[in-house]
Design a binder for this molecule. Structure first.
Ligand code: AMP
Ligand code: MG
Length: 514
């Protein structure tokens, strides 16, 4: 591995706390604090993403030193590891300073094309931002993050990535359901990568502290490095920056709707400034379609982060970012316009993507009604979102509707529901006639837009149960399947959630505990 090529640009670009003091505390005026990793003793590498490692310029694991680096056992002497400070609005309330509480940066690596990628361990120990917690991660949540971030990547959705996943060799205590039953669980450490891990919360923190000079520096740095579409010399660059973040965010949420992804904790500290999916906690795909579905048990009964709320919440989060950037933009009207435009941009992209899901080559007048009708049908009939579109691809006549759609409902369809389905399908077929592409082209559009494999929570649950007893078969199978989500690599993965998992914690709902 090219460990000697790892650089740490934050250390000389931004104000930091170099004391190395691990005590949890407020760190005003700085963007990061140097902090040591825990140096685990008995790690075991479970997965290493060699292809990603090569792609980003880090290369293969070649020796003990490389392995120890990945597993947070030992790091090269020249590296000063660090955690960044950010703030955030959690569940709608200002939470003040948060920061990397269980993530520690190794720095960044550049590949042969000059592209830089940041490297971070998750679960490698406490930092000044751990807020009375241990900075550790359990196997359960690390498996979920590693696999899901890779699954999202292969679905073509902007995301942080998983580079490696290891057992830390430690036992970690967690009260999984927050019900006074703490238990020992296997500790884990993963290395994850992103072009940048900067969140809305980084900008919010500096702004709240009135550190305008550093805020400006960070915004300039972000524009120059990650927003090539913005002219960094333009006097309008900060408002263009906000517009771009807003657009990338709209795009991300549309992509989540395309595949039925529910993030579960869209706090502003979990919003990437680059529009990546970040911080995989109590996420889920929707199995039975429901706009009201939240996988996060902490989010009940408010359902702030429910499936159908994600665009509205993204806009609310952008509002907080607008406030944070105000000292640089100083133009309320412009910010408000961008925030209002979010709706239009979101719905335009949303309808374009929905059209593709249905195999339409363009959005026509009246399609929005068809999409709304589809939502209602899916909800009323408790249909599986992913399988519904897969089955639409197989639709030839309306005579076999029961056969085609009967087994993808999470209830038993009665005659009335079947006739609702028939009415919808007939309207759909009339609409398909207006396509100006061939049937084959329409089907191709659908198969490229609608995944055949989504990493459902119950599959992750089974994988974690197996890993607990030392079996890796399912893990390896998932790793193969997630690389080709638009194909049906394993038919058993392309079925609805088995009824034995209804209501099972970890299969449809989860707590935040990780
Ligand atoms: P999350 O809800 O996972 O985005 O986390 C919110 C904040 O809590 C972040 O600042 C995390 O770094 C911190 N945090 C969560 N779990 C832990 C942990 N086990 N140890 C330290 N900090 C944590
Ligand atoms: Mg977080």
């Amino acid at each position: 591995m090219n460990l000697d090529k790892i650089t740490q640009q934050y250390l000389d670009k931004f104000p930091g706390d170099f004391s190395g003091n691990p005590m949890q505390r407020q760190t005003p005026k700085v963007l990061f604090s140097t902090t040591d990793i825990v140096e685990f003793q008995n790690t075991q590498l479970l997965v290493f993403n060699e292809r990603l490692s090569e792609e980003i310029g880090l290369g293969k694991v070649e020796n003990e030193e490389d392995l120890k680096f990945m597993n947070a056992e030992r790091i090269p002497k020249n590296l000063k590891t660090y955690a960044t400070a950010y703030a955030g609005h959690q569940f709608g309330n200002w939470a003040g300073q948060l920061g990397d509480g269980r993530a520690i940066f190794a720095g960044e690596i550049e590949n042969s094309k000059g592209k830089k990628t940041e490297l971070q361990w998750k679960g490698a120990g406490a930092t000044p931002y751990s807020r009375h917690a241990d900075g550790r991660a359990v196997l359960r949540s690390s498996v979920r993050e590693y696999l899901m971030s890779e699954a999202m990547h292969h679905l073509g959705i902007p995301t942080t990535r998983g580079l490696s996943l290891s057992l830390s060799g430690e036992k970690v205590v967690r009260d999984m359901m927050y019900d006074g039953n703490p238990q020992y669980e296997n500790g884990a450490v993963m290395m994850r990568t992103a072009e940048s891990f900067l969140r809305f919360g980084h900008f919010e923190l500096l702004s709240a502290q009135n550190e305008i000079e550093t805020l400006q520096k960070l915004t300039d740095f972000t524009i120059e490095n990650y927003f090539p579409e913005i002219d960094s010399k333009s006097p309008e660059k900060y408002s263009e920056f906000f517009q771009n973040v807003s657009e990338r965010t709209a795009n991300l949420i549309v992509e989540w709707y395309r595949v039925g992804f529910v993030h579960g904790v869209m706090n502003t500290d979990n919003m990437s400034i680059l529009g990546l999916t970040i911080d995989y906690g109590p996420f889920s795909f929707v199995d039975e379609y429901s706009l009201n579905f939240t996988p996060n048990t902490t989010d009940l009964p408010g359902r702030r982060y429910a499936f159908g709320n994600q665009a509205k919440i993204a806009q609310w989060n952008l509002w907080q970012l607008a406030n944070a950037l105000f000292p640089l933009i100083k133009d309320e009207k412009k910010l408000e316009k961008t925030l209002n435009d979010f709706n239009e941009i979101f719905w335009k992209k949303h309808d374009e993507v929905m059209a593709k899901k249905f195999g339409f080559n363009e959005v026509l007048e009246g399609d929005d009604q068809l999409f709304t009708d589809a939502q209602k049908l899916l909800e009323d009939l408790k249909l599986d979102y992913t399988l519904f579109f897969n089955r639409l691809e197989k639709l030839v006549t309306t005579s076999d509707l029961k056969e085609l759609f009967g087994d993808i409902s999470y209830s038993i369809l009665n005659e009335e529901q079947l006739s609702m389905l028939e009415v919808f399908i007939k309207n759909y077929q009339i609409r398909l006639e207006k396509n100006t592409i061939s049937k084959a082209e329409s089907l191709e559009l659908m198969s490229k837009t609608n995944p055949k494999f989504i990493l459902r929570n119950y599959i992750l649950f089974e994988c974690i149960e197996e890993l607990k007893v030392g079996k890796k078969d399912l893990l390896n199978k998932i790793l193969v399947a997630l690389e080709n989500p638009y194909q049906e690599t394993y038919p058993e993965f392309s079925q609805k959630r088995p009824s034995k998992y209804d209501g099972q914690t970890g299969c449809s709902t989860l707590s935040c505990s990780s």
